[in-house]
Ligand binder design. Structure first.
Ligand SMILES: Nc1ncnc2c1ncn2[C@@H]1O[C@H](COP(=O)(O)OP(=O)(O)OP(=O)(O)O)[C@@H](O)[C@H]1O
Length: 304
């Protein structure tokens, strides 16, 4: 079971949305992390065969998906970002309808639908109309339909969008339980969505994969680039937009502890601290900002 992306590229006019992405995915959970517009949806749509690449190709076990046709669709599960839920359908009607579209026989469809609705925590809600569901319930239904055909490749585009923290946790656990023996690719711009469940994280920026590896490996990439410094609170307030701060914690007595990412310390008294995946993400997506405002003590100022 192997999905190969070979210099996969998609242009929209002059805009390059996905730029020569190459990767080999085997069974496991892959977290595709990137800011809005990084190219995640475009990449996923090409992987699912609903958008043609303008360059490169996607292959499954060595065969281009354009040659596999229906055979590829039958081993694919997809939850698109803008999934249409048919609000007047009940959850069970919807599942059976999706099963029919996937070519699953009537008898099987009922049994599988009920089993999956139970697995995603919708037991007892089978006959409720979807329009009465919360966002979290709809997303769980979306996952359930995506795995109806027991896919080998499961693609979930921002499945946690709009979920509250409790639902996010529940959702993560659900993905982990459904992911066994599958290639699962899950996109998000929220680090904690994939930090714990992804075996590998692919960080996408400007249409390209700029970093990939296990969460632990990626965290180690930010080693020596995360700093903390304590300074007067009024100086900390003026740092806004001038420093890639991952956290500013105001302390009693008019001081503030600033945690930030940078190649070298930028504030006097900075100490290097252990990075988290969120620090790495901020480091990758940091905007080169202007120099710090006068009045803030640069490390060089104090020592120079
Ligand atoms: N059909 C299209 N026509 C023109 N440009 C497009 C089209 N689809 C995507 N793009 C552009 O390609 C780039 C990547 O978009 P994409 O939706 O893949 O990013 P994303 O990482 O999924 O972002 P988001 O999280 O906002 O969905 C963006 O600049 C977007 O405007």
């Amino acid at each position: 079971m192997e999905l190969q992306l070979d210099r996969l590229t998609r242009k929209f006019g002059p805009k390059i949305a996905v730029d020569r992405v190459s990767a080999t995915l085997s069974a496991g959970v892959y977290g595709l992390l990137g800011a809005n517009g990084a190219g995640k949806t475009t990449l996923m749509r090409m992987i699912c065969g609903v958008l043609r690449p303008t360059g490169g190709e996607v292959s499954y076990d060595g065969v281009p998906i354009s040659h596999l046709g229906d055979a590829y669709r039958s081993l694919l599960g997809y939850l698109p970002q803008d999934f249409g839920y048919y609000p007047e359908f009940t959850a069970l009607d919807f599942m059976e309808y999706m099963a029919a579209l996937k070519g699953i026989g009537r008898h099987d469809a009922r049994a599988r639908s009920l089993r999956l609705l139970d697995q995603v925590g919708l037991a007892g809600e089978e006959r409720r109309r979807i329009r009465t569901f919360s966002g979290g319930m709809r997303q769980r239904l979306g996952i359930a339909q995506a795995v109806l055909n027991d896919p080998e490749v499961l693609v979930l585009d921002e499945p946690t969008a709009g979920l509250d923290p409790k639902e996010r946790v529940r959702f993560r656990n659900l993905i982990a339980s459904l992911a066994q023996d599958k290639i699962v690719l899950l996109s998000t711009h929220i680090v904690s969505d994939v930090e714990y469940i992804a075996d590998r994280i692919l960080v996408m920026r400007g249409g390209a994969i700029v970093l990939s590896g296990s969460p632990a490996h990626l965290v180690s990439e930010a080693e020596g680039k995360v700093w903390e410094a304590t300074l007067p609170a009024r100086e900390a307030e003026r740092l806004e937009g001038r420093l890639t701060a991952s956290n500013i914690h105001y302390l009693d007595g008019g001081a503030a502890c600033v945690r930030y990412v940078a190649d070298a310390p930028e504030l006097a008294g900075s100490v290097s601290v252990a990075p988290t995946l969120e620090d790495l993400y901020l480091y990758v997506f940091r905007e080169p900002g202007p120099a710090l405002a006068a009045g803030v003590h640069f490390k060089e100022d104090r020592h120079g």
